[in-house]
Write a protein that binds this ligand. Structure first.
Ligand SMILES: O=C(O)CCC(=O)C(=O)O
Length: 296
């Protein structure tokens, strides 16, 4: 009975999401789409200074395609310090929380990662800051910083949602940007790379048969699953990628049995008031969503 009721609720939610999906080509409903581009346009009329030409090109690419890779990697000593810090903290039960939906331990987050691995701050490179300054015209702030690792999901469990292992769009305002930073060495499409579709592909998939969380029919299914259409975040450790995860369909790869893959992620939102401080991390509080009892 409960299963039937939850299927009915699910079907109703899927139907209710459809009109906004058709209009906006993403899953963030009207409330997180409407007015968001105006917010960016308004910020951009208050651009405080000249913008680096490369950063502007990448910011324009984020507008058009939903993603961009900053030009430079973090310095090798920073990458080493982050990798060492990650290795020290990730198996510490007091500093981490398992948040998989069905199998808890397949995704493990570090609580308050900046406290444990302060070198993470330097993964936000000057070239990434330049892109943010171009995209938000300088009016941005960090919403939260995350560090996590994903592990293998047994084959019979892979069709269920554990971490972001199924194709999905986030439901943030479309002005939210995420910067993914590779912290594991040797990441490939086969061993768990994060992957995503650009905005034009995502719109096509959303409008031609996407249902929810990895489920799609018809042309949407073919395009969603076509490995030639997806982009893979298989860059070396220390490189990063901006991805608008609300506008870009995305998912985590699944590492082979016995292996794991780490990730650092910075989330940015528009800043509406106050002067920009020299330190973008000043005043940042621990992320309340990374907590016992929560799910990825
Ligand atoms: O690649 C990953 O670890 C999961 C990323 C993801 O799906 C997300 O951040 O929404």
């Amino acid at each position: 009975m409960v299963a039937i009721r939850s299927r009915v609720v699910y079907a109703r939610q899927t139907m209710a999401a459809l009109p906004a999906r058709m209009v906006y080509g993403n899953d963030a409903w009207a409330r997180n789409n409407k007015g968001q581009q105006r917010t960016l346009r308004d910020l951009r009329t208050r651009q405080p200074g000249p913008i680096d030409a490369v950063a502007q090109r990448l910011a324009d690419q984020i507008d058009d395609l939903g993603y961009a890779l900053p030009e430079t990697a973090a310095a090798p000593d920073v990458v080493r310090a982050v990798q060492d810090g990650y290795a020290d903290v990730i198996d510490d039960p007091a500093a981490t929380v398992d948040m998989g939906r069905r199998i808890r331990h397949v995704v493990r987050y570090v609580k308050n990662p900046l406290q444990h691995v302060p070198a993470m701050r330097d993964l936000l490179t000057p070239s990434a800051v330049d892109v943010l300054d171009a995209f938000y015209a300088g009016w941005w702030e960090i919403q939260h910083v995350r560090m996590w690792r994903i592990a293998h999901i047994p084959p019979h469990e892979q069709r269920f949602h554990h971490y972001g292992n199924q194709w999905h769009c986030d439901q943030h305002p479309t002005t939210t940007l995420k910067l993914f930073v590779q912290i594991s060495d040797g990441v490939t499409p086969e061993n768990g790379a994060f992957r995503f579709h650009d905005v034009p592909n995502t719109r096509r998939i959303m409008r031609t048969g996407f249902i929810d969380n990895g489920h799609a029919v018809g042309p949407a299914r073919r395009l969603m699953e076509d490995p030639r259409s997806a982009r893979y975040f298989d860059v070396p450790a220390g490189r990063s990628a901006f991805c608008n995860t609300t506008r870009c369909l995305h998912r985590a790869g699944i590492p082979p049995e016995g292996t794991t893959r780490g990730m650092v992620q910075f989330t940015f939102v528009p800043r509406t008031s106050g002067p920009r401080g020299a330190d973008p991390f000043a005043g940042l509080r621990p992320d309340p969503n990374v907590a016992e009892g929560n799910f990825a």
